[in-house]
Design a binder for this molecule. Sequence first.
Ligand code: ZN
Length: 204
Amino acid sequence: MISADKALHKLKEGNRRFVGVTSTRGVLETHLDHIRVVREQKPFAIILGCSDSRVPAELVFHCGLGELFVIRVAGNLVAPSQIGSIEYACQQFDTELVVVMGHSNCGAIRVTVDALLAEDRPVSPNLKSIVERIAPAVAPAVSNHSDASHDELIGIAVNANIQHSVRRLSEKSMILRNLVEAGRLKIVGAEYSLDTGEVVFLDD
Ligand SMILES: [Zn+2]
């Protein structure tokens, strides 16, 4: 199995190719060049990303089938089923890297920030459960940046939510925490830009 550092390098290289390709020829065409149907999977990275239709992990990291284990949920939040999926992948495939990937202008973050500002929660209990999971991550950003513009606030909140999800994975999972402490797992945050297609890793 490849190390977390090598996996991180592969993702960065893949995103560089993606950004290059989008500015030259059709990304899907190029992506399909190297996709083969595979029966077995050996994901070198686990991605917890947002469901947003503009941020498919395999495409933005220019990866083929079987290379990434992807969990997508609005606002890349951490709830038991996301944690369970990641624990499964770590144990099953010995994958050493987890990336929590948020993105600019995230709708789930926007809805949560607006709910906090207006103290007006969504009506659907299901949507409300998403907002309530994201709210603790972004509430400090909202109260500490009262002078920021609305768009700036969303940007700050997106970043805060990514970092919150990274922390929560270790806090809420003994399995993941033990793997991190044993040096067998890295959990990192990243932000995808809808404007440029670039992924910025938060530790860089
Ligand atoms: Zn989103």
